[in-house]
Design a protein around this ligand. Structure first.
Ligand code: FAD
Length: 298
């Protein structure tokens, strides 16, 4: 029997953000003592021993931080991207040497989905686990820039019995976001960085956004704040779906309690917007129970 794939990839989170007049996350920044930056840390990477770029990941770096989207506000300089930005490739730049089914390669190459295989230069950086004790090697890493890319990749994986795993901030302790085992398809949402706040206080946040960037942006955009954890480099994808406990939780609850809607790609490649009244079963399973199915396979 083919491996089961994870049933959904969440692309966009709609969350209610409360007015935040009590305090500002933007205040005097001091040089980072530990390599974290931006967001609620109040640290800048400028002149930091960890490098001057405060990446969208919330980490300082001169060679390792991903600066493709520019620096966090006032937290460092990022003149040249330290890591190559994802490129759209219709075919892998070279043939993978690990055991990737040729039918999967063929399927992906027909769909114009940006892919990275083990023979691509960026692969080793992209596959690096937060917990280096649990390193797995994906069959392929997808770097989608559109919803259609995600949908097409999921369909290809499904047709080939390949397990799919989303990656947001990459902070899974068990390395589930690089598959939790070898040979998975990782869909890295680092290009889904959009953040908006509407007049009702609903923030729309892309699936690859880090907590530090989110906190900073919703404050800048609408003087709003959310309940979430304390580490700016953690991604919204894993954090808002597994719980998310932080300083404001005694007042506002867990991060997941604030989710009011999600754009979700299902295992058959279809895309739905799930709320309490629309695709309600998908809304509840994807905003409340993701932790229980993180790495499940048959
Ligand atoms: C340094 C550090 C500090 C932390 N601080 C806190 C804290 O203060 N409070 C707290 O509550 N927790 C905290 N955590 C725990 C953290 O919230 C979880 O590990 C969380 O799952 C990480 O989310 P991520 O997106 O960064 O990780 P990822 O590794 O990208 O994702 C984690 C899991 O979620 C899945 N996932 C990610 N994105 C999506 C998506 N879009 N759709 C479907 N599934 C998805 C992945 O497949 C994976 O299984 C911390 C963890 C670390 C390492």
């Amino acid at each position: 029997m083919a491996s089961a794939i994870v049933g959904f990839i969440i692309l966009m989170y709609g969350v209610y953000a409360a007015p935040n007049s009590a305090y500002s996350l933007v205040s005097q920044l001091t040089i980072s003592p530990d390599g974290t930056c931006g967001g609620s840390t109040n640290y800048t990477c400028q002149d930091s021993e960890f490098g001057s770029c405060c990446s969208t990941h919330g980490w300082c770096g001169s060679t390792n931080a991903y600066c493709g989207h520019g620096c966090q506000l006032d937290a460092g300089s990022c003149t040249t991207p330290e890591t190559p930005t994802p490129t759209s490739t219709t075919t892998p730049s070279s043939k993978p040497t690990n055991s990737v089914p040729s039918s999967l390669i063929d399927c992906l190459s027909k769909t114009n989905v940006p892919t990275k295989f083990i023979t691509d230069a960026e692969f080793s950086h992209l596959e690096t686990a937060y917990n280096v004790r649990l390193q797995y090697t994906p069959a392929v890493i997808i770097l989608p820039t559109t919803v259609q890319h995600v949908s097409s990749a999921v369909i290809c994986a499904n047709q080939n019995g390949i397990k799919v795993q989303a990656r947001s901030g990459g902070h899974s302790y068990a390395s589930f976001s690089i598959g939790g085992r070898d040979g998975s398809m990782v869909i890295d949402l680092q290009e889904f960085q959009n953040i908006t706040v509407n007049s009702q206080g609903i923030a729309m946040v892309g699936g690859g956004v880090r907590l530090g960037n989110m906190a900073q942006s919703i404050y800048d955009l609408g003087r709003r704040a959310l309940s979430h954890g304390t580490c700016p480099g953690v991604g919204i994808g894993g954090h808002f779906t597994h719980g998310g406990y932080g300083f404001a939780s005694r007042i506002w609850g867990l991060a997941m309690d604030q989710i009011v809607g999600l754009d979700v790609v299902l295992a058959n490649g279809s895309v739905v917007h799930a709320t309490q009244t629309q695709f309600a079963d998908i809304y509840y399973v994807s905003s409340r129970t993701v932790s229980s199915i993180y790495s499940r396979s048959s």
